[in-house]
Each structure stands twice: as C-alpha cells, then as structure tokens.
Design a protein around this ligand. Structure first.
Ligand code: UDP
Length: 331
C-alpha cells in the first residue's frame, strides 16, 4: 500500500515525501509542476506529472497504484495573489478538492490528511488561536481552504471519507542535510527573503509595517520547522489508520516572533549583518498570529524538535548556501 502525496514537488510536500521514505513507506507523488520542482522529489518516490483537476489522469494514478491514504498539499498559497486572482484559487484549490474527493470515493480510499491554514481564521478573536475559534477568512486563499475543509466534512458524512485538516501557521527551514528547501518563484516569504539579503542577492529586507499593536510594532508570527510539520502529517496518518474520527489541528510553536526579531535571529544564524528597512504595511496582515497547538501535542503526540527560530533559520541557511539559486530546474 502506498501513500499518495499530492503536491509532493513543493516545499512542504517534498519534505513530507522524504520523511515517509525514511519510515519505509511506499510513496507516490502527483504534482503538476506549476509551482513545484521535479528535482525536489526524492528518486525513490514514484512520480506522475498530473493536475488534480484532471479527473481522468488522476483516476489512472489511482487505478495503477494501490493507494491507502492521501496527503494533500497541491494548492496555491499566496495571499496577495489570491486577492488579485480569486477565481484561480477557487478553481485550483476548491474545485481541485471536488475532483480529488470524487476519485477517492470511486476507488474507495477513505483517508486524507489536508494542508489547511491559519488563514481560515481571518482576524483572530483570541491569541493563541484554538481550533474551536471562529473561522472567518479575510482573503480568497483562506476562504478556498475553509471551503475545502467543509467539503471533506460533508464527504465524511456521505461517504465515510475520514480527514485530518492541519492548520499551519508559518513554516520555515529545510531538511538538515540541505538537499531540499524552500524555493518559490517569485519568492514572497519572510525567511527566504531575509536569506537572499544575507547572500547578497538583494540589498536589504523590507519589513512590512512598524505600527502594529505588538511590543516592538512589527507583526508577530508563529514559525514551525518544515520537518516538524511533515512529522505532524505522519502522526495524522497514524491517527486515521487507527480508525479515529475526522479532526482539525493547529500546528505552531506557541511562541510568536516579530519580523524584526526574525531579522535579528537571521543575523545571528548567518553571521551576516543583514540590512533591514521599514516599509509600508502589506494589506491583509493581522497584528499577531500564534497557534495554540495543545491538541496536536495531546491527541497526535506531536513533539516539534525545533523550538527556536535561530536553529530553524540555520537549516534554511544551510540549504541556501548549498543551493544559492534554488533548484536548477526552476522555471
Ligand atoms: N514580511 C516582511 N517582509 C517581507 C516578507 C514578509 O516584513 O519581505 C512579513 C509579513 O508581513 C508577515 C511575516 O513577514 O508578517 C510573514 O510573512 P510570509 O509572507 O512569510 O508568511 P504569511 O504570514 O503571509 O503566510
């Protein structure tokens, strides 16, 4: 039996593939390579270049492979892009989930672990955020993912497809051997942008807004190491394999760091005096997003190994130093 990783050529998906292989699992990857990198997929995994909205091609994968469970990372995830192109997000993310669930139903595959997001909460009413807090997304990305969660819930009641939604906060770092890492084109995420400045590929990092309601005025996020995040998916697969009911879990460290603190941590991690400037706020950024991930710890038994951002950034820097321009196959 194999685990199917949808979006396994992406940043988080490729780390998941490596962790599953480490555990001796058979892994099948489906990715359309619109954002992902073929070189990110471990050679031991079977690879299909398929778009999840292509029902026939996806069905052929399920026909050929003996799929036991699905882990779904194949979605667009950039907030400003979703605001500019909402239909692109509802098509790829939300409509893609319809096709996926139809094919899972056709082939009697009953388990799915899904990449959800803190963006489903919108502006938080409590900090830290609990799974039971209201979900009122403030952008199409968060809305598309919330709709996907709801679809899975109805597919559970109608077809008994069990699901775990893992709501990520901010993900950073790279596998410790530096062989795979974060490489988006164009890059929008904080840690890789800070490291571009450290590597001399940009003059400075622009910190978006210094007038947030936080102790230093810079907005605060909760950063988790990508391997710890992947390991939570493995625990979620075990949880479903044991016949447990569908559930949602926040994945965060419970400690928030401001943008300025992240720049300072990156200076320490790299030894480079990275230049930083204050710029205007980025639209749609809440002041603070910090997770309460007690449920993931207690129910799944999740124990993140990385508990400080400097160590997380060091692993991202290791990848950056080994691959200054990311994957050679980048488009
Ligand atoms: N950020 C920043 N400068 C950048 C990129 C990001 O100040 O060049 C800030 C952004 O406003 C947010 C945090 O860094 O507070 C994390 O942003 P990122 O895009 O990495 O993740 P998001 O929180 O949007 O998922």
């Amino acid at each position: 039996m194999s685990v199917l990783v949808l979006g396994g050529a992406g940043y988080i998906g490729s780390h998941m593939v490596r962790r599953l292989l480490d555990q001796g699992q058979d892994v099948v990857v489906v990715d359309n390579l619109v954002k992902g990198h073929r070189a990110a997929v471990a050679p031991e995994a079977k690879f299909y270049q398929v778009d999840i909205r292509d029902k026939q091609a996806l069905s052929e994968v399920f026909e050929k492979e003996n799929i036991d469970a699905v882990v779904h990372f194949a979605a667009f995830s950039i907030v400003p892009e979703s605001v500019a192109e909402p239909l692109m997000y509802f098509d790829n993310n939300t409509a893609g989930m319809v096709t996926l669930l139809e094919v899972m139903k056709d082939f009697d595959v009953k388990k799915i672990v899904f990449s959800s997001t803190a963006a489903t909460y919108g502006n938080p009413v409590n900090i830290p955020i609990k799974e039971t807090d209201p979900q009122n997304p403030i952008n199409p990305y968060g809305e598309s993912k919330l709709m996907m969660e709801k679809m899975m819930a109805w597919a559970d009641s109608a077809y008994d497809i069990k699901w775990v939604a893992l709501r990520y906060f901010n993900v950073a770092g790279a596998i410790e051997d530096g062989s795979i890492g974060e490489d988006h084109g164009p890059e929008t995420h904080l840690v890789p942008i800070i490291l571009q400045a450290a590597a001399g590929q940009r003059e400075y990092i622009e910190m978006f807004g210094d007038d947030y309601k936080t102790p230093d005025g810079f907005n605060v996020r909760d950063y988790v190491h990508v391997v710890d995040l992947a390991d939570a998916h493995i625990l979620a697969l075990d949880y479903l394999a044991k016949g447990n009911k569908s559930a949602q879990f926040n994945l965060g460290s419970a400690t928030g760091f401001s943008v300025k603190e992240m720049v300072e941590a990156a200076r320490e991690a790299t030894g480079v005096n990275i230049e930083a400037k204050v710029g205007p706020r980025r639209p749609g950024d809440p002041d603070i997003l910090v997770a309460d991930s007690t449920q993931a710890r207690e129910v799944l038994g999740w124990q993140p190994k990385f508990d400080n951002v400097k160590d997380i950034i060091k692993t991202a820097w290791n990848w950056k130093e080994k691959h200054p321009n990311g994957y050679d196959d980048r488009k």
